[in-house]
Design a protein around this ligand. Structure first.
Ligand code: UTP
Length: 449
């Protein structure tokens, strides 16, 4: 793209100010700016501008709670057997979304490299990848691991895996793909520059997964490998039962487009999304903030439970065919008001103390209404969910390590072994669950810390 092309494209979309520092830029800065402009998606930009002044959407209508499957020993055993067949046949891939900025955690590096191991200090990526190693060994199969990064953390993420020899997975089975970046807009719909000649960009949300998979050839790669189901999860939850065979089996048996694991909410206002059946009969996800007080507190007919009892924590399985159908559709955009550094007319940078601009994101669950068959299955939060979101307090490294160790301690009890002293850690490649631990005997790593 030439300077002239850039100027006319920007003028056409009312964004000429992006070039205002051009004369002050050196060759490298100019090239970088032209590359940024070339990658701007002006169709999405136009959609962002219309969102700026749109009223906040609420759930509207009268959504109802979906059917949520609760396991019995029999249904669990049946689904597990089916899932094990799927795994053995090499039909399952694993996908982690790790392109987020981890701003609440405030960790300087990709969140997946955060040292969560209570004894070893091993990273979140270590725990995830070692589970895949364990499943690969157990089912004598190659399980590809797709890792979504963003331009902001891609190099550091790849370096972390390389430095640790891919945690024991063959290098060619760890596939990194980079999600898109979007500009932010000020209240007038103008692209924000965060320094002279540089457009502020941030990741386009976990909903960017599908476009990014498609653009990077990952959907074709999955197809070539014979994948049918893609287990999807977020990087910050080391408790996840990755590619849990019963979940995989249920998804396959029901021929679902999407399957979701849901857990009982802590309280009516817990900040999780809820799967609902909309008035038009399609599935959808409703944010906690979109429910009225009455909806949030509604009880079941017997009064025992919340009517909207379950929340989603982004543990899903997608049918590859469904992902392919969805990959090129325009997803809804979500707006977030943020503090964004701004380059002022004199070239100085203002770090605002109040929200001054908007970022936009796509959310993966917005594909739900397009799914014909959706399976919702309940899971026990204590066993499978304790995310690292904040530096301190709830959902922090401390609560996550506490929950991990409590889970591992329960495995010892289930195996009839003495309760271990803390700190305690079990390598997922040694034992993925209580049964594995029982079968193998005791691994207890205790260190004086
Ligand atoms: P969160 O929004 O909870 O985490 O994303 P975050 O972005 O890492 O941290 P904050 O919000 O800045 O504190 C949930 C999951 O979605 C991924 C994250 O990496 C995390 O696994 N994600 C989020 C992406 O992959 N891309 C995005 O653009 C946003």
């Amino acid at each position: 793209m030439t300077e002239q092309d850039a100027r006319s494209l920007l003028a056409q979309h009312g964004q000429s100010h992006v070039m205002k520092f051009w004369d002050r830029l050196n060759e490298a800065e100019r090239a970088a700016l032209l590359a940024q402009i070339e990658r701007l998606d002006f169709d999405s930009l136009a959609r962002m501008q219309t969102l700026l002044n749109a009223p906040v959407e609420t759930a509207g209508g009268n959504p109802t709670a979906p059917h949520v499957i609760e396991w019995t020993p029999e249904t669990y055993a049946e689904a597990k057997a089916r899932g094990e067949e799927e795994l053995r046949a090499g039909h399952v891939a694993v996908l982690v979304v790790a392109g987020g900025q981890g701003s609440r955690l405030g960790y300087d590096g990709p969140k997946g490299a955060y040292a969560i191991g209570p004894v070893s200090g091993a990273s979140l990526f270590y725990f995830h990848t070692r589970k895949i190693v364990a499943l690969s060994r157990k089912y004598k199969v190659r399980i590809p691991f797709y890792v979504m990064t963003s331009e902001v953390n891609n190099a550091a993420t790849q370096a972390h895996f390389a430095e640790h020899d891919y945690f024991g997975l063959p290098k060619e089975d760890v596939i990194f793909f980079v999600q898109g970046l979007w500009p932010a807009l000020d209240g007038n719909g103008q692209i924000i520059l965060d320094r002279p000649g540089h457009i502020f960009m941030s990741p386009d949300g976990h909903g960017g997964t599908l476009t990014a998979l498609d653009r990077n050839g990952c959907l074709d790669d999955m197809e070539k490998r014979g994948i049918r189901s893609v287990f999807y999860f977020q990087v910050d939850n080391p408790m996840v039962e990755l590619a849990d065979p019963a979940f995989v089996g249920l998804h396959a048996a029901k021929n679902a487009d999407i399957s979701l694991k849901l857990c009982a909410k802590r309280d009516p206002y817990e900040k999780v999304g809820m799967v609902v059946v909309r008035e038009d009969g399609r599935f959808g996800m409703v944010e906690y903030s979109e429910l009225s007080d009455e909806q949030a507190n509604r009880r079941t007919a017997d009064g025992k439970d919340l009517y909207f009892k379950y929340g989603s924590v982004a543990i899903h399985i997608f049918a590859l065919d469904f992902m392919k159908r969805e990959a090129r559709k325009a997803m809804p955009l979500h707006i977030a008001h943020k503090k964004i550094p701004v380059c002022q007319d004199d070239g100085t940078i203002l770090k605002p103390t109040a929200n001054n601009g908007c970022k936009f994101e796509k959310f993966i669950f917005d594909v739900l209404p397009d799914a014909d068959t959706v399976v919702n299955v309940a899971f026990d939060r204590a066993e499978e969910f304790s995310p690292v979101k904040n530096a301190e307090g709830e959902d922090s490294p401390a609560t996550c390590r506490r929950d991990l160790q409590a889970k591992w301690a329960r495995w010892f009890a289930a195996a009839g072994m003495a309760a271990p002293t803390l700190p305690l850690e079990i390598d997922p490649a040694y034992a993925l669950n209580a049964d594995d631990l029982k079968a193998k005997g005791l691994l207890l790593r205790e260190l004086d810390r």
